[in-house]
Write a protein that binds this ligand. Structure first.
Ligand SMILES: Cc1ncc(COP(=O)(O)O)c(C=O)c1O
Length: 405
């Protein structure tokens, strides 16, 4: 591994080189794909030593694979963590961490507003294992402190929060967590390590749906966890090995390829998102726009504090009801209606009936997910074209509601 000068090189270089030494792979410029399920032993004794942990080396791809290992080492460097583990989906990563950190009847403190399936998992854990989760906006230390119990096993944070783009001040959360020695887990999917590095703020574990900005091309579903080596060693021989949500070598390779352009892509996602936010703020059919990089966003001071830029996600409320929101989506010309985010293509979706349909209406509204809310993952196309498409659909909607428009 050529990480000797790690601290002095920039992330733009790390995403291309970290974790990989071509000399170890016959000079291959790009990491080889070890498309194998298992690894042969030179002798029965070697097999015994590997299983006993007395000799380093691969055994079986669910327990480790060289292509996957390169990805894990690169991600650990990018997030400034000790180690990383890759999974077959973001939810495999989320569930591996939550299961590893909890036991029956434990307690979790969670940010108000999280990805729908994470909410679903927490609900299942409550039902099956009596693990209760308290949701809180985490606006003040006291809000969090008042929820801490002896059995609180972790604090779980998404920031920016999907899909309302509210922010949680990670330093504030860490302050309380350190008082009680509770681990802080951050889903960093929306930012990627290029925009936000929770471990450097004092959080303990970072999770990614690598399906999003890490992959960046809409062709892979994967997850990553970065954190302390001791913890990840334990996960790798328990919730990863025995539950089995591993990534394929080819998908790991796709992520390594995607990572190389992460900073370049993110800069463009962010600058496009800023311009689209400006257009949306001016449009008469739009009542609210939520973009963390907008100086008018109530959490903008937190953006400045912990994010490099505002990210590529913009949410907005249109004037009207659920049917109007759906009509608006149907009138778009080239922007695909699709969940997921972080791809080259701009994607648009209706959280109340799609990503967050699983969340009961009362909780959904508490999270700020109204029927009028639209989430836009701003892509890499020319910003003028994205704006034009959104604008023509908003104009059409305005005309339908008011023919004099
Ligand atoms: C913030 C966040 N976390 C986790 C996930 C789950 O990731 P995956 O779909 O890769 O399982 C998603 C998926 O959209 C997400 O948006």
């Amino acid at each position: 591994m050529k990480n000797k000068k790690k601290r002095s090189i920039k992330m733009d270089t790390m995403v291309i080189h970290d974790g990989y030494d071509a000399n170890q792979f016959q000079g291959s410029l790009t990491p080889p794909i070890f498309q194998t399920s298992t690894f042969t032993f030179e002798s029965a004794e070697q097999g015994e030593r590997r299983f006993a942990g007395d000799e380093d080396g691969y055994i079986y791809s669910r327990l480790g694979n060289p292509t996957v290992r390169i990805l894990e080492e690169r991600m650990a460097q990018l997030e400034n963590g000790e180690a990383a583990l890759a999974f077959g989906s973001g939810m495999a990563a989320v569930s591996a961490v939550l299961i590893a950190l909890t036991k029956a009847s434990d307690h979790i403190i969670c940010s108000q507003g999280i990805y729908g399936c994470t909410f679903g998992l927490l609900s299942m854990m409550k039902e099956k294992y009596h693990i209760h989760t308290d949701f809180t906006p985490m606006e003040t230390e006291e809000q969090i402190r008042s929820l801490v119990r002896p059995e609180t096993a972790l604090i779980y944070v998404e920031t920016p929060i999907n899909p309302t783009m509210k922010l949680v001040d990670l330093e504030l959360v860490v302050n309380v967590a350190k008082e009680y020695d509770i681990p802080v887990v951050v889903d960093n999917t929306f930012s990627s390590p290029y925009l936000q590095q929770p471990l450097t703020i004092g959080c303990d574990i970072v999770i990614h749906s690598a399906t999003k900005y890490i992959g960046g091309h809409g062709d892979v579903v994967a997850g990553l966890v970065v954190g302390p080596k001791d913890f990840l060693d334990e996960v790798s021989v328990t919730t990863q090995k025995d539950v089995g949500g591993i990534i394929s070598p080819f998908d790991a390779w796709l992520l390594l390829r995607g990572l190389k352009t992460l900073p370049v892509r993110l800069d463009r996602h962010c600058s496009n998102a800023r311009k689209i936010t400006e257009m949306l703020k001016e449009h008469p059919m739009v009542s609210k726009v939520y973009y963390p990089g907008d100086p008018d966003h109530p959490d903008y001071p937190i953006t400045k504090k912990q994010m490099k830029q505002g990210g590529g996600l913009v949410s907005f409320e249109i004037k009207g009801d659920k049917q109007d929101a759906q009509k608006f989506l149907n009138m778009l010309n080239f922007i695909p209606i699709a969940v997921s985010l972080g791809d080259a293509e701009t994607l648009i979706q209706h959280p109340a009936t799609m990503t967050h349909a699983v969340v009961p209406e009362e909780s959904r509204l508490k999270m700020g997910i109204t029927d009028q809310l639209i989430r836009l993952s701003v892509g890499l196309e020319a910003w003028e074209d994205i704006c034009d498409d959104l604008k023509q659909a908003l104009d059409e909607l305005a005309k339908m509601k008011n023919p004099a428009y």
